[in-house]
Design a binder for this molecule. Structure first.
Ligand code: NAD
Length: 255
């Protein structure tokens, strides 16, 4: 889907994306960077992953800035947003996408550290993005924030309680953010992907994906299957959509 940029006083749209080095982050980066009138700030905690994303961007695109940032550290996320403002003068869209899967295990077998890591990256990472972006967007009187949640935040996945709990929190964060910032002209939505292949599954036993695949009527997805949702939520086409948990899951949550 190709969408028109979010309207504002500027002729160009400025988009910042966290977790831009991963499978979904790279796909969304490629999509949004290639849309008309768009400049992007791409960030990730992994330099190599970020470089790979930049190398894969479409040739026909606007300006690109990159920044290494760990989303669990507010100062690093704030620096990404500051880079957008310094370089491009505004921030129209934040895609808060960085996330990690928790170790495979039932609730009583997971350490406090496993829970803390999931919350620090998946939940606080999104909180930090909102905290950093909102002051800029409030000054502009416009903005769209898109969080990456998961159908795991809507349905129960055995052996993945921290992941499910953190993604449920991300969904709720989008809803509360939508209510809090609507009057400031800021929309907050999240995307709830079903399972698509990426490095996030690298630590799972090989057989773990089989039952998950079987529960997707359309089969497992690919990152490219998600980009239309991000394109829509980042654009003015979704101007009356806020607080939405947009499910794109190959039918996983339908039954
Ligand atoms: N793959 C799936 O099936 C699936 C399903 C639903 C939701 N998601 C969500 O999609 C998002 C992207 O995941 P993906 O599948 O592309 O995985 P991925 O592992 O390919 O990408 C995740 C990216 O986040 C980065 N990252 C990890 N910790 C970070 C941190 N502390 N600070 C900044 N960046 C950090 C990684 O370096 C990586 O580039 C995640 O939020 C994930 O939870 C994935």
């Amino acid at each position: 889907m190709t969408a028109e940029p979010v309207s504002g006083s500027a002729a160009r749209r400025v988009v910042a994306i966290t977790g831009a080095g991963g499978a979904l982050g790279a796909a969304v980066s490629g999509q949004l960077a290639g849309e008309p009138g768009t400049d992007v700030v791409l960030s990730d905690v992994s330099e190599a992953a970020l470089e790979a994303t930049v190398a894969g961007l479409p040739a026909a695109r606007g300006a690109v800035e990159t920044a290494l940032a760990d989303v669990s550290d507010f100062a690093q996320v704030a620096a990404v947003i500051e880079l957008a403002v310094e370089r491009f003068g505004r921030l129209d869209v934040l895609v808060s996408n960085a996330g990690v899967l928790s170790p495979n295990g039932r609730i009583h077998n997971l350490d406090t550290e496993d829970w803390e890591r999931a919350f620090r990256i998946n939940v606080l990472g999104a909180v930090h993005g909102i905290r950093a972006a909102v002051p800029v967007m409030r000054r502009q009187g416009s903005g769209s924030i898109v969080l990456t949640a998961s159908v795991a935040g809507l349905t129960a996945w055995s052996h993945a309680a921290p992941y499910c709990a953190t993604k449920a929190a991300v969904i709720q964060l989008a809803k509360v953010g939508a209510v809090e910032y609507a009057r400031d002209g800021i929309r907050v939505n999240c995307v709830c992907p079903g399972t698509f292949l990426s490095a996030i599954h690298a630590d799972l036993p090989p057989e773990a994906l089989d039952p998950i695949a079987a529960r997707h009527p359309l089969g497992l997805g690919a990152a490219a299957d998600l980009v239309g949702a991000y394109s829509y939520l980042a654009s003015d086409a979704s101007r009356w959509t806020t607080g939405s948990a947009m499910v794109v899951d190959g039918g996983y949550s339908a039954p």
